[in-house]
Design a protein around this ligand. Sequence first.
Ligand code: AP5
Ligand code: MG
Length: 390
Amino acid sequence: MLNIALFGPPGAGKGTQAKKLAEKYNLTYISTGDILRREIAESTELGLEAKAIIEQGGLVSDEIIVQIIENSIKMNPDSKGILFDGFPRTYAQAYILDGLLIKMNTKLSCLLSLEVPKPELINRMMLRAEKEKRADDKKEVVENRLREYELKTVPVIDFYNQQGKYYPIDGIGTVEEVFERLTERIEDILSQTLLNVVFFGPPGAGKGTQAKRIAKRFNMEYVSTGEMIRKEVANQTELGKIAEPFLETGDIVPDDIAIRLIERKIANHNNTKGFIFKGFPSTLVQAYILSGLMKKSDTSISLVIELKTSTLQAIKRLTARSKTNKARTYDMNMDTIIHRMEVYEQRSGKIAEFYKVQDKMVSFNGDIDENKLHELIASTIEKAFKEIRK
Ligand code: AP5
Ligand code: MG
């Protein structure tokens, strides 16, 4: 979801630009100012409470604003996100917005701040006063609104600056020019959205083969916990020594090890389009852990590719691999292969369920031709990229 807060002093052009942006990106448009003016016009209880404050150029209470936002967040089903105009307007409202979006299982993408110097702001509002007759566009009220902005609203910038979500935009120029600056910035933010994918399936299903090809083709980072653990073992690092016995028997290594390795991988990436996880999660607990790991980097798992294969096919592939130089220690005897398949069978149902209820799982027949399968998965990945970047 693309959730934008359009920010800036009174008269900066928030309303003007917001309407165009909402249309272009198919966003639900929420202007607290417009809603309050409507409430006043309809003489509702809320409107009566807000009227005097607005006419003096003050800010209405956060309590009133929460009610307004909660009522208007009921989005239309086609909406791709929300565009806030005039909210958050206090430091407290920034936290309120966080809470509201968490409740909706989403987050703010960016705060786009229209920068316009004070004399131009006053100029614009005086011009608007002639056309629109807004009760708060009188000279002394405008002065008060600008003071309120400096005092109570500017601190909101800090809140988002700390999260790297604050983007100042030059608000001087024609409406079209400013709009172009805004959309350029939005496109840029959208292109940075990561697509994170889990490859899931029994041993021998072809996860590694397919996951690596997809990572290469889409410029994504391949994260195989198995591969990372083998490297640690080979180098006899502290983590490697702990992991070694588990690897040899084909058992799942302790979660702490995989977590450290994944954290390291995420921290060291540069310029990736997303992460591809293979071999993790292999338990329900790890599925929860992965959600947390993603959250920590302000991202999430978007897609789970399940490769299905018959037991017979998997055994054939693993024994074939055991005769090549890619042989794993746990490929070498049938007992270990069967043990790994049993471990998978015991644990996989709950993981599948975890992602199915989130509507993230897409299943493929892993027994078909490798190239054909690759193309099928690639087109699913392409669609997913379009989806998150819309
Ligand atoms: P609100 O309605 O949000 O008003 P505001 O923030 O003061 O902003 P404006 O609507 O005046 O300006 P704008 O940035 O939208 O500019 P516009 O596009 O119209 O809030 C009103 C009151 O409600 C507040 O004072 C407060 O009391 C209360 N309130 C609202 N939200 C609240 C909250 N969250 N918490 C507490 N209280 C809240 O453009 C201005 C003019 O310039 C227009 O005439 C336009 O045509 C023109 N213009 C636009 N772009 C350009 C350009 N590029 N070049 C030349 N002219 C331009
Ligand atoms: Mg406005």
